[in-house]
Design a protein around this ligand. Structure first.
Ligand SMILES: [Zn+2]
Length: 397
């Protein structure tokens, strides 16, 4: 891996040259005249950390606009699952490719995925140069031999990219995975030092069914099974009480908040204030293109900030700087990626954001503009692990 020089970028209130080598930020104040294998001119652009999307289903880009404006269970049972039953491996490859191009275009360098035929996803991620935590999905309806195959895959996995891709154990949800398989997933994840990615307490119906079936709410149920721990990434977590928030905080669970999907499916209002006060680890995800209907994390930041204010009746909740941190540093940290901030020694993931873009002016407050005003057209260049994935709006592949 060679060296990359970003020239004349706006960083922390001044113009500077930034040198990247071996995939890390070597100097944020490179002397003028520094040579590099590749130079990106960044005059008039801010160097910012990119996005880390902690919950999505990349290949579902194929279902964008296929079924809208209905509740989650109807959407899943009558539209999504029948559609997915007809999808081929080639479909998944093409859907993932579309999703990855969308992610790069909108400034995302990492996603935590949950889908099937993941060999296709892995291939496309390698091709495009992003980072990913790819879920090996478990559901009750898989045969024993399918489940054994998945466990085998987890056991024999070797990251072909040397650090950009990891696998996660992904039991879909408590309503699609029985207690025995949940426990098996948790044990597999723990023994292999892997993350466990699950949908949790997404709808009121899920909570009511869980109480009816197990006599407990979903968080308490998973805690009783011994599933919850600091390797767990729980997507949604909309319907929880304060005691459950404390359990999640105590166990060190990472929550992936997906405001657009929750609002579009009318799943409910994410209790940001309560979870934040309980000390939960909060990150941001888009969910799939079929319930969002895009993978634009910048948009997700704005919706998260607005929803936190509406949900609590308090305009001081989730200010721009905090939601930016959720979408960047906190997401990277949750997956053990040594990135998410622009700092010497960190892995070199970054965006160049065009400060001349109409929605970035005037610049009273850069982060305020980025969270509340901009759109992804301001993303000029995307860098992941020291490699340029998009340069001046041109995606490298
Ligand atoms: Zn999801």
């Amino acid at each position: 891996m060679g060296t990359l020089l970003i020239r004349n970028a706006w960083l922390d209130g001044r113009t500077t040259d930034v040198l990247i080598s071996d995939g890390r930020f070597r100097s944020l104040t490179a002397p003028s005249g520094t040579q590099a294998d590749k130079v990106v001119e960044a005059a008039g652009m801010a160097l910012l950390p990119p996005f880390y999307n902690t919950h999505t289903h990349a290949a579902m880009s194929l279902l964008r606009g296929y079924a809208d404006d209905m509740p989650l269970q109807k959407w899943l049972l009558e539209y999504v699952w029948p559609y997915e039953n007809k999808m081929t491996r080639q479909d998944i490859r093409e859907g993932t490719r579309m999703a990855l191009r969308e992610m790069i275009r909108t400034g995302t360098v990492f996603f935590s995925d949950m889908y099937f035929d993941i060999e296709e996803t892995i291939d496309v991620v390698r091709e495009y140069g992003l980072r990913a935590a790819i879920g090996v999905t478990f559901v009750n309806s898989h045969s024993k031999s399918q489940q054994a195959e998945k466990l085998d895959m987890l056991r024999s996995w070797n990251d072909p990219t040397g650090g950009r891709i990891c696998l996660t154990v992904a039991p879909h949800a408590i309503y699609t995975v029985g207690p025995e398989l949940l426990v098996q997933c948790a044990e597999t994840a723990r023994s292999r030092n892997l993350k466990l990615h699950i949908h949790l307490s997404e709808t009121r119906g899920e909570v009511e069914d869980c109480i009816r079936e197990h006599g407990l709410t979903p968080v308490r149920y998973l805690d009783r099974l011994g599933v919850l721990g600091d390797n767990v990434i729980a997507a949604h977590v909309v319907h929880v009480d304060r005691e459950e928030a404390d359990i999640l905080a105590e166990r060190g669970v990472t929550i992936s908040h997906c405001p657009c999907s929750n609002m579009k499916l009318a799943s409910g209002i994410f209790p940001y204030k309560m979870l934040h006060e309980a000390g939960c680890r909060l990150t941001l995800g888009t969910d799939g293109d079929s319930s969002n209907n895009n993978l634009d994390m910048r948009e997700e930041m704005k919706f998260a900030a607005l929803l936190a204010k509406v949900g609590s009746g308090d305009p001081e909740q989730l200010p721009a700087g905090e939601v930016f941190d959720m979408a960047t540093r906190a997401g990277a940290e949750a997956f053990g990626i040594d990135a998410g901030v622009i700092a010497e020694g960190k892995r070199a993931d970054a965006l160049l954001v065009d400060l001349h873009n109409e929605k970035m002016q005037p610049c009273h407050n850069l982060l305020s503009n980025w969270v509340y005003a901009a759109d992804s057209s301001a993303v000029d260049t995307v860098i992941c692990d020291g490699r340029v994935l998009m340069e001046h709006h041109e995606i490298a592949i």
